[in-house]
Write a new protein. Structure first.
Length: 148
């Protein structure tokens, strides 16, 4: 059964669960994290954010520009509690503050198999995804300069 709740109610449940030491698993919507996550079938497990966020962490935050709840990857640690984040399937970047982050992705499930985000395999996959992203952005810029 699929159950939908409001963003604010979800955040209340999230924070209440974290205060009790419970992680939250849900199916995110959207396609910004493809190919890692399919927004209709895959699930993510969120856990309370650590004291320090790192490059390649997938964070759950509220985007200030449109008040959306977003799950994106940290692509750069800017310092002073500021991070550059982006969906794996997107060309734009958002800057997010540590205080705007509610949680980090601890694991994800695809086709019934659960993968931890702390493994060497996951971190290698994250690096490869970012390399592909930067190549796509670079080629897109070249294309638009030539055909604009």
């Amino acid at each position: 059964m699929t159950e939908y709740i409001s963003k604010d109610d979800f955040l209340i449940v999230l924070q209440d669960s974290f205060s009790k030491g419970i992680d939250i698993t849900f199916t995110p919507s959207g396609n910004s994290m493809k190919p890692l996550l399919n927004g209709t079938t895959d699930t993510v497990t969120l856990t309370k954010k650590p004291e320090k966020l790192n490059k390649y962490d997938v964070v759950f935050f509220r985007r200030s520009s449109d008040n959306a709840l977003v799950l994106h990857r940290i692509v750069k640690v800017k310092g002073e509690g500021s991070y550059l984040v982006s969906g794996d399937n997107q060309y734009f970047f958002d800057e997010v503050k540590y205080d705007d982050v509610f949680a980090v992705m601890k694991a994800y499930s695809k086709n019934g198999v659960t993968y931890s985000t702390t493994t060497f395999r996951f971190k290698s996959k994250a690096r490869l995804i970012l390399i592909k992203k930067y190549i796509r952005v670079f080629l897109s810029k070249i294309y638009h300069k030539i055909f604009k």
